[in-house]
Design a protein around this ligand. Structure first.
Ligand code: NAG
Ligand code: NAG
Length: 149
């Protein structure tokens, strides 16, 4: 009996350990950030490229907000379950472009989060105004869980 106990312990670890370590952060899906902006990322292609749509909840443009396309790449995930990525949003309602870069990380509760930094470039009329054309910020995205009823 005394020798059986360590064996059982090992067996338990073997069964439990994969469950603990297999949390993978996947970009595909619906996401919402700390400002209430939401985006949909479609299936990631074999070469790491992906597209989607971005629906911002904040804007400094006088025009009505419209859902805008995004295009990006993720890095290789074969060695890494928490991929880094970058994407560009082409705002269709204002003369500006945003680039995001970030990493898909798993938090301490096992939830996926996208930690990002962005640069927003707005159009200026002359080179003299170039100094004020770029804004920088950060956003944290969480997955929107599908409602099951
Ligand atoms: C965009 O998000 C807003 C909330 O910020 C929502 O009211 C609106 O329906 C969304 N539009 C689209 C096209 O998904
Ligand atoms: C990017 O935005 C511009 C201006 O809104 C628009 O003319 C162009 O078609 C957009 N490109 C894509 C791929 O949506």
């Amino acid at each position: 009996m005394v020798q059986v106990t360590p064996f059982l312990l090992l067996l338990c670890l073997a069964l439990v350990a994969p469950g603990l370590s297999s949390t993978k952060c996947v970009l595909t899906g619906k996401w919402i950030n700390d400002l209430g902006s939401n985006m949909v990322i479609e299936a990631v292609n074999k070469d790491g490229s992906f597209k989607g749509t971005y629906n911002t909840s904040v804007s400094d443009s006088p025009h009505e907000i419209k859902k805008s396309p995004l295009l990006g790449y993720q890095q290789d995930t074969s060695q890494n379950d928490q991929t880094i990525f970058g994407f560009t949003v082409n705002w269709t309602f204002s003369d500006s472009i945003t680039v995001f870069t970030g990493q898909c990380l798993v938090d301490k509760n096992g939830k996926e989060v996208l930690k990002t930094v962005w640069l927003l470039r707005s159009h200026v009329d002359t080179i003299k105004d170039d100094w004020k054309a770029t804004k920088v910020g950060t956003n944290v995205f969480k997955r929107i869980e599908d409602q099951k009823e």
